[in-house]
Design a protein. Structure first.
Lengths: 196, 196
DNA sequence: GTTTACCTGTCACATTTGTGACAAAGTTAT
DNA sequence: ATAACTTTGTCACAAATGTGACAGGTAAAC
């Protein structure tokens, strides 16, 4: 099984950067793989992430527990995405997030130290790091704009339009907190839309 | 004047990455400098940014005009920051933003093509690109969290706490739209706080 | 100095969203 | 199959925010 998923991620990475055999063998020797059950945690609040997780199979969410004890979902992670709190991983600072499996998952892990080693030794890996950061930057900017330019209903409609692949994997409560509203409000929005 | 500001940005860049003489001369030969008056635009909505601007002196804002014709400020840019719409610059796609000088400004410009050339030719420049992207990613993530975890009053208090250096350069209206509320709401919040 | 344009504070009212409660439906564990 | 738990939909009321209006203050332009 290991070999199968290693080849899977190799071909995924190659869609972004050209990797020579040195770089590929460095990457393959650096990563490990693990299966998770539903409700298991990739990591919990307070931890420093020693590795970043790449989702080969499964579905996860990232959430934060606020002062009132409410769980606020800030991201869903499906296949071919990285399960991490980027800012805390980059700085190697404790994260305030939990990452929880919503489905049984298969995760490939890259250790932080190996990534840094890859950045200094291999130009293609440094470039891949920049491209990933630029991509996340873009995603986060879109999300800031969604709060500034759109109301809750528009954010909801946009979400279901842009996430047809995962929409039937997320619960109403999780989605509501991701959109920045209460579950009752999302319920209201849904019934309002249904009447149209 | 040119030389003065070129030395200024050289020493700024050196605080992030080690630059050898090849890299420094490449950078210095790539950049140009320009003065702007108050109310002048660095670029306007619909344009593809051929260059990124580094603010040596001055103060600017980035804003978007929505369907109702309202100007929504999404960022303030002061000294030692880049005046750009990153996502559109990265992809070389037209921006929906205006960047306007709120004060007379001195801006150093890096052409997009030169930056890409720098990325491929110089490892230190590629690394600097990654660090900048990682930094912007972190800033944008903080901003998303501010919408999810905080109400308008908390966002306002956090802003004045974290931006003591520019707080007296921004107007109430601009700040309100940056916080995602109407100017009347910010006015209300201010008077509510004043009563405490 | 005067005029003009813009910015700010405040008000009343409308709309949106949050809060707490409850019941029905669905899911999980035993 | 049953019981325990979770999720969802709905309601009434409270709180927050948006909207349109107006007046006074400030700054820029002539």
């Amino acid at each position: 099984m290991e070999q199968e998923f290693k080849e899977y991620i190799d071909s995924y990475l190659k869609t972004f950067v050209d990797l020579n055999s040195d770089e590929l063998s460095f990457i393959n020797s650096s990563l490990s793989i693990r299966k998770y059950n539903k409700k298991e945690f990739l990591f919990e609040s307070g931890m420093v992430q020693k590795e970043v997780g790449f989702v080969c199979k499964g579905f996860l969410r990232r959430y934060y527990i606020n002062e009132k004890g409410n769980k606020i979902t800030t991201g869903f992670i499906n296949e071919n995405n990285y399960a991490t709190d980027y800012p805390s991983f980059i700085r190697q600072k404790p994260s305030k997030y939990f990452i929880e499996c919503l489905e049984p998952s298969v995760i490939i892990k890259f250790p932080y130290n190996k990534i840094q080693e890859g950045y200094t030794k291999f130009k293609a890996i440094e470039m891949y790091g920049r491209l990933i950061a630029e991509w996340v930057l873009t995603v986060q900017t879109d999300r800031v704009e969604s709060f500034l330019f759109e109301n809750a209903e528009e954010r909801y409609l946009k979400f279901i339009d842009q996430n047809k692949d995962i929409i039937n994997r997320v619960s109403l409560s999780h989605l509501a907190s991701y959109l920045g509203i209460e579950r009752q409000s999302l319920s209201r929005i849904r019934s309002k839309i249904a009447k149209k």
